[in-house]
Structures are given as C-alpha cells and as structure tokens.
Design a protein around this ligand. Sequence first.
Ligand SMILES: C[S@@+](CC[C@H](N)C(=O)[O-])C[C@H]1O[C@@H](n2cnc3c(N)ncnc32)[C@H](O)[C@@H]1O
Length: 322
Amino acid sequence: MLTENGILNQGYRGVLLRSLASRHGEKVFYCARGRRHWITDARWLAENGFAWPSDVIEVHADVLDALLPGQNAPLRHDLATWRMPDRVLTTWGMRELSVSRLKGSGIEVGAGANPMPIPLHCQIKYVDIFDVSQLQEHRYDGQESLDILRPDIVAMLGKLDPIAPESLDFVVACHVIEHTRDPIAAIADAWDKIKRGGSLVLVVPEISRTFDKHRALTELDHLIGDFKESDPERMRDMQHFQEFYAKAFVTPAESYVATWKEKWAEDFPIHYHTWTHQSFMEMIDWMMSESLLPGLQEAWSRPPLPADEGCIEFWVVLRKEE
Ligand SMILES: C[S@@+](CC[C@H](N)C(=O)[O-])C[C@H]1O[C@@H](n2cnc3c(N)ncnc32)[C@H](O)[C@@H]1O
C-alpha cells in the first residue's frame, strides 16, 4: 500500500534492494533511475508506503555495485519544523531539514562519498573540483571507491563557468565553502546560477568544533579584501597555509616550512577560512548591504546543535524571491 504522499505517488518508481553477504551488509537501498539511495532510517519505509521486510528484494552484491551511488533517502520535514528547527535533534536531521524544501533541478558541489540528503524527486548533477579518478586517488579514510559520487561536471565553487546564469533551482555545498579562496565571490557566483524561487544551501564547519579550533577566526575585513583585491600570485593565501599547517594539520618543526610551501604551490584545498555561525551571517549581511545577493527573500540559518559535541557544522539556506 502507498501512503498518500508516498514516493511512488510522486511519479518516482523504484525497488528496495539489499545484499546481506556483501560490503553493504544490512543496508537497504531504494534503487531507481540507475542509482542506489541508502535508507538510513526505517521510518522512511512507512513514510513512502513500503512494507518491511516483504518489499525488500535480496540481490547479488554486483547488482548494488553496478548502480551509481545517490543521496541517502531523506525523511520528510514539514513547514512547521522548518520554522521551528529546534525540534530536530541530530546533525543528519538538520542536513535533511536544510534541503527539505528543494525542488526541481540543481547541483551538489563537493559531495565526495557523503552526499546531502536532497529529496529524491529532485534532479541532481554532481560537481567537484576533481574528476572521479582524482577523487578515488585521494580518498578520505573510510571512503569506499564505489561510494564516491561521480562528478557530472568538473568545476569549482567560485567559478561555476560551465553552468548558465539563472539555470538552477538549487546549489548545495556541504563542507566546501571553507575550501574557497574568495568565499564572497564564490557565494555571489553560485547565487548568479540560481533561478528565481531557487535556493543556495551551505553547510559550514564551525571553527571551535573542528581541527581549526586553534586557528584565528577569519575577520570580515579579510574576506572583503579577498573579494576586492586582485591577487593573481595568491600572496594573500600564503598566511592561511602557514597557519593551517601550524595549527590545524600540525606539522613537525623540521618539515613545517617545506610542507606549507609545497601545499601552497600546488594550491591544495585546505580550509582557507574559518567561521562561527555568527561571523558567517555577518558576511552574508555585508553581501546583502553591497547588493551581492539580488532578490534574496529569505536567509534561514541555524547554529551547531548545542547538546551534540559531535555536531561540527551550521546550516545556511538563502532563498531567492519568486
Ligand atoms: C571535505 S570534502 C566534503 C565532502 C562531503 N560534502 C561531506 O560533507 O562529507 C570537500 C569536497 O569538496 C571538493 N572541493 C574542495 N574545494 C572545492 C571547490 N572550490 N569547488 C568544488 N569542489 C571542491 C573536494 O574535492 C571534496 O570532494
């Protein structure tokens, strides 16, 4: 039986697959349109009109591995929760909430092997600064090669040139904006690609909760300088590399200078800048005051969850007027 708002009623037909004797183990995936979506919460089944366990088909591991990874299947969140997000108590729930109102087609930038739980009815293209073989070569600990989201477009947040202005319903970037040299320009560039009624969703690490905690908070004046001062030699970035390899990825004294110089020369995507939720929103306020976010209708944001020390991020959604 399907619930009234069940996923099949949204014209999206798929099946539930599981492969117990494989690397996926107990994981159940909703599979459709060539992608597999991990169902992280059993409530999703009932929400979408599936019965447990009769609707789950056991398959050979090759079947799951042949499907491209897609976003994890999100639970639904209503407008009341959007307005009172303090009801949501987990980091994953906050990620779900931050993208819960998205519709249409858009991009997720920098998904890695951990895509945002964007509603399944959305059309998503994946964008990364690296192509899939580079992403596989530089896998983070614990990342499975087969779980890396294959970028459809290789481009940078900050220079989304392959994408036409006002062509997307959404741009999502989770733990990516801190890797940009000029975040104000990056946000303005992404904003330019979004249609009326569309949204920009940013998930951002909070300085005190990550390996950046011993670094200085980036001042708004510095970010404005990055935006306004032409710096083709990347001299303004040098201090970030020095600080990053002294205070975040702490490097032994004997290799410190060689390391930051090497990483600076190769333009390695370090965390260039650091924010608190408050300092980030001050940057957004400045952008608004400079008319860099034309048509901004709603700026929704939430600080990191206070009671969850494992929560290292805050969430920002900027919505354009219709
Ligand atoms: C820290 S990982 C985040 C992965 C995932 N979104 C998450 O939250 O776990 C950063 C990802 O963004 C990509 N990336 C870094 N800088 C980028 C940029 N300026 N534009 C596009 N992608 C970028 C990296 O290649 C990587 O895939």
